[in-house]
Ligand binder design. Structure first.
Ligand SMILES: Nc1ncnc2c1ncn2[C@@H]1O[C@H](COP(=O)(O)OP(=O)(O)OP(=O)(O)O)[C@@H](O)[C@H]1O
Length: 233
């Protein structure tokens, strides 16, 4: 498998406060990469920097053979990177269908039929198309945020703590949906999480982030044996 995303020495932060201290990682075509870390270790900052919402202060990001280190978020989106943010950012007063249409805002006209294609992988949302986004459960909102992101037909999805505040039963459904998408959409994924079971169920490889640095690649089998326990500290 060839590298779809290659990140070298990535640094960023908020104003003059440095948060990432030189992150190196690569994601292969079709690979699901998990990044595990405790609160405040820089997971969200890493995804926001990769999406271009935070400026890179040093290092390089190459996506599909193109250097994108200083591109704006909409330029990265056009190249095939999509972010499903922490907290999901659903429009609460718009219906499920209207939320999905918002995902199409920047799509070329010929792509407008993509919602029907996306919905094939989200049977639960089909039953909720007229419901207000704000009236969905946390898990349903997470599925909607994922489906909305897919409407841009991304090659790589950046998924920020999808299990936060979600019932276990729907976490299982999110895992199944993401595994089905891997086969059918042939997309790649970076998922950042604190939930060991979720990340081990999905990821081909798992990296450990501590204080803004990738400190090690975690062995999946060892992690599976530790399921239900704490993230290594
Ligand atoms: N807007 C901001 N301004 C200043 N510092 C921030 C800002 N957002 C986050 N930080 C700080 O950056 C560090 C990394 O935060 P980040 O949100 O990336 O961590 P995280 O690993 O995603 O944690 P969590 O699981 O709590 O979301 C933390 O110390 C946090 O306080």
């Amino acid at each position: 498998m060839s590298a779809l995303l290659e990140v070298k020495g990535l640094k960023s932060g908020y104003g003059r406060i440095p948060i990432l201290f030189g992150v190196d990682l690569a994601v292969a075509d079709g690979e699901y990469l998990g990044i595990l870390g405790h609160n405040g270790m820089g997971k969200t900052t890493a995804l926001r920097t990769l999406m271009g919402h935070l400026p890179t202060t040093d290092g390089s990001v190459v996506f599909a053979g193109k250097t994108i280190t200083h591109l704006k978020p909409h330029e990265r989106s056009r190249l095939g990177i999509g972010l499903v943010p922490q907290g999901r950012e659903i429009f609460p007063d718009l219906s499920v269908m209207e939320n999905l249409r918002m995902g199409l805002a920047a799509a070329p006209k010929e792509d407008r039929g993509v919602i029907d294609t996306v919905l094939q992988d989200f049977p639960r949302l089909v039953r909720l198309l007229d419901r207000r986004g704000g009236a969905l459960s946390g898990g349903e909102q997470q599925l909607l945020a994922l489906a909305r992101c897919l409407c841009t037909k991304p090659k790589l999805i950046l998924l920020d703590e999808p299990t936060e505040g979600i019932q276990p039963s729907i976490i299982e459904e999110i895992i199944e949906t993401l595994l089905a998408l891997k086969t059918r959409w042939k997309m790649s994924l970076i998922v950042v999480e604190q939930n060991l079971e979720f990340i081990t169920s999905l990821s081909d490889r798992i990296l450990h982030i501590q204080k803004g640095r990738i400190t090690e690649e975690l062995d999946r089998e060892t992690l599976l044996a530790r399921e239900g326990q704490m993230i290594p500290s």
